[in-house]
Design a protein around this ligand. Structure first.
Ligand SMILES: *Cc1c(COP(=O)(O)O)cnc(C)c1O
Length: 362
């Protein structure tokens, strides 16, 4: 079989070493003679697993002690609703920064639960190049219970390279597609959330990192499964959790720690993205439409500006083992998602293919 590299935006590639370990212990986990899927989530061994996962994730992402880590269900979209239910307080209003599809979706959902102001923070210039226009909001944030933004817009590949300045306001971030991609200062955030299926593990589990003083303010009508206080007090287990997904995330954390932690991960991610963008910038055949300072390290979008050629590219790349390069339907073109699990060899194989395709079709 040809070497396959999977550029899927999500569910995305997992580290091979993690899949091999899961395979090895699938039928006999911890000497139990059963799989991890078939044991009680409240049993001693599974409770040990979640304690380890909390400890490892905390170490990996440098999460201070005054933050709780919740492992929930319902994806990032579930959090779009849970966040206003839990965080709207005396001010009664939140600010949503719109930098693309997902931050727009978060704002739309929040409108069902509270009053919001939505601020567009990107612009497209006359050449179609998208850039982030503003990162300092400290002069307008006092009136809001929180400010929400998306660190990395997965569809267009627009990423904030600095944390927006929101003054003393509570900052909430959707990090679904770039969590654990680099080191960040967690103390700047009130709440961080991410669906696991991009950079953490398989689909089915959602991580919420929430500062303790923000827990316990949910409105009366909040369903218990969406209430951060209820979940924090119950080890994220008020109902049966997705145990197998949790287990796989725990293996990913151990794997990243063994690789040298986020310093190593960040360097590798930078190297991969730089290679690909450099190739795009030197090419007259392909184009990327994101301003250099805002280009995503995780999702690299490009196009030949010809729908037929784009379709041919995707088909031929797939036949060569370079999978899932078709861009999101709202954008078209191509998208290479190069999350933590993508090795540099995958990016090199992609560039070699792009070069060959450009020469054959120019
Ligand atoms: C994928 C994605 C979502 C949606 O995640 P679900 O877990 O499917 O709800 C939200 N935000 C961002 C930034 C994403 O990449």
């Amino acid at each position: 079989m040809t070497q396959v590299y999977n550029f899927s935006a999500g569910p995305a590639m997992m580290p091979k070493a993690v899949l091999e370990q899961a395979q090895k212990e699938l039928l006999n986990w911890q000497g139990q003679g059963t799989s991890v899927m078939e044991v009680s989530h409240r049993g001693k061994l599974f409770m040990e697993l979640i304690a380890e996962a909390d400890k490892d994730f905390r170490q990996l992402f440098n999460i201070p002690d005054n933050y709780k880590i919740l492992f929930l269900q319902g994806g990032a979209r579930g959090q779009f609703a849970a966040i206003p239910m839990n965080l709207i307080g005396a001010k009664g209003k939140a600010l949503y920064l719109n930098s693309g599809h997902w931050s727009g979706m978060a704002a739309k959902e929040a409108r069902n639960f509270c009053e919001i102001d939505e601020l567009n923070v990107t612009e497209k210039d006359e050449n179609g190049v998208i850039s982030i226009t503003r990162t300092d909001f400290s002069d307008i944030t006092e009136q809001y219970d929180y400010v929400h933004y998306c660190t990395n817009e997965t569809i267009t590949g627009v990423q904030f390279k600095e944390v927006p300045n929101v003054g003393n306001a509570v900052l909430v971030a959707d990090m679904s597609s770039d969590i654990l991609a680099s080191r960040i200062d967690i103390s700047k955030f009130g709440l961080i959330y991410a669906g696991a299926q991009k950079n953490l593990g398989p689909a089915g589990i959602t991580i919420v990192i929430v500062r303790e003083d923000l827990i316990g303010k949910a409105r009366q009508a909040t369903p218990s499964i969406w209430n951060y206080e209820t979940q924090a007090n119950a080890d994220s287990m008020i109902n049966t959790p997705p145990t197998f997904a949790w287990y796989l995330c725990s293996l990913v954390f151990k794997h990243l720690l063994a690789e040298g932690g986020l310093d190593t991960v960040e360097k590798r991610n930078q190297a991969k993205a730089e290679k690909l963008y450099q190739y795009l910038d030197n090419s007259t055949f392909y184009r990327n439409y994101i301003a250099k300072p805002n280009r995503s390290v995780m999702n690299v979008t490009f196009s030949t500006d010809n729908d037929e050629l784009n379709a041919k590219f995707v088909a031929e790349a797939t036949a060569c083992g370079l999978q899932a390069l078709k861009g999101h339907k709202v954008l078209g073109g191509m998208r290479a998602s190069i999350y933590n699990a993508m090795p540099i060899e995958g990016v090199e194989a992609l560039i070699a293919f792009m070069d060959k395709f450009a020469k054959e079709n120019a």
